[in-house]
Design a protein around this ligand. Structure first.
Ligand code: A2P
Length: 316
């Protein structure tokens, strides 16, 4: 297997492997299934893992990391890059540091490598049913939340901070008030949602983009098979002796974007790492650039079609 390249993140000492294993599934996979998948991923060569409080996978990831260290699959905690995310119900005054500590407790870790604001929205109560009552959903007080995120860095709870699902406008606002600029914006990005404007904006501002749903989150509540079932990508894959998934992941990588892709299947997680010793031709890139653009993931699906939520979805 070709080595997994790493990326430099602004203000973060440790480099991040460009492909990470996602751990979101819905309904959430049970602890043992997730733990076994993470251990399998570590054996396959993954060193970057992506979780979130809202995924319910922090505990399983933490147990797998502890087990991997016990088994000697990795030498030390610092060999791994672990990202988790602040859920909307903790995005209020005085809540950010305790939320980060709660995630660390779930993970049984002393620090994470990256802590992201999961969505640019606050919920004043923790509600897991959809729709969330509209009166509980508020815009973020960016200054309050980012100061809390910065405090997490200053306390050593995380090495870096960033955001997820942020538009150019929100990033602009955040940059104008941040003492520690966001290192990452994690967004939906794939051949069917190419995010050209956001990519250009983030490049100019030195914010690295990580793609979630790079395969269109096939077989999940929030995804579909528009990527893995697409003929243009399948034809490119056949001609190159690759799989459609590999073509989609390689395309994401060639855009200078890192990847959080989920597979709990041993063969597929290995297959997804085999994208670093070949490249797409200009002709293939041209065909992919012409694919129709359709957004898959919406906040409205999780919180309900409230005006603020629809506005956030429209900006992404
Ligand atoms: P599984 O876990 O059974 O492999 P995304 O990365 O866009 O979130 O997509 C994740 C979905 O795609 C999961 O349902 C995962 O299923 C599936 N998947 C991951 N890798 C591959 C692959 N190489 N080929 C086909 N399906 C894949």
């Amino acid at each position: 297997m070709a080595a997994i390249p790493s990326v430099n993140l602004a203000g973060v000492e440790k480099e991040m492997p460009v492909i990470g294993m996602g751990t979101a599934s819905f309904p959430a996979a049970d602890l043992e299934t997730t733990k076994a998948a993470v251990l399998e991923a570590i054996k396959a060569g993954y060193r970057h893992f992506d979780t979130a409080f809202a995924y319910g996978s922090e505990k399983a990831l933490g147990e797998a990391v502890a087990e991997a260290l016990r088994l000697g699959l990795v030498e030390s905690r610092s060999d791994l890059f672990i990202t988790t995310k602040l859920w909307a119900s903790f995005a209020g005054p005085g809540q950010i540091v305790p939320a980060c500590k709660m995630s660390l407790q779930n993970l049984k870790l002393e620090y994470v490598d990256m802590y992201l604001i999961h969505w640019p929205v606050r919920m004043t109560e923790m509600v897991w049913k959809t729709p969330v009552p509209e009166e509980l959903v508020q815009a973020l007080d960016m200054k309050v939340v980012w100061e809390g995120m910065e405090e997490c860095v200053n306390l050593g709870l995380t090495k870096g901070i960033g955001v997820s699902n942020f538009s150019c406008n929100l990033l602009d606002h955040l940059i104008s008030i941040a003492k520690i600029p966001p290192a990452i914006n994690q967004v939906e990005l794939n051949p069917f949602w190419q995010q050209k404007k956001l990519r250009e904006f983030c490049k100019e501002k030195g914010i690295h983009i990580t793609a979630y749903s790079p395969l269109g989150a096939n077989n999940t509540k929030w995804g579909d098979n528009r990527i893995l079932g697409n003929d243009v990508l399948a034809d490119i894959a056949t001609a190159m002796g690759k799989t459609t998934a590999q073509v989609a992941l390689r395309w994401v990588y060639e855009q200078g974007v890192s990847i959080a892709s989920k597979s709990f299947n041993k063969e597929r997680m290995r297959q997804n790492l085999e994208i670093f010793d070949w490249c797409l031709s200009d002709e293939d890139l041209d065909k992919i650039s012409q694919l129709p653009q359709t957004k898959g993931v919406t906040l409205a699906a999780a919180l309900g079609p409230h005006p603020l939520v629809l506005e956030i979805d429209a900006s992404l």
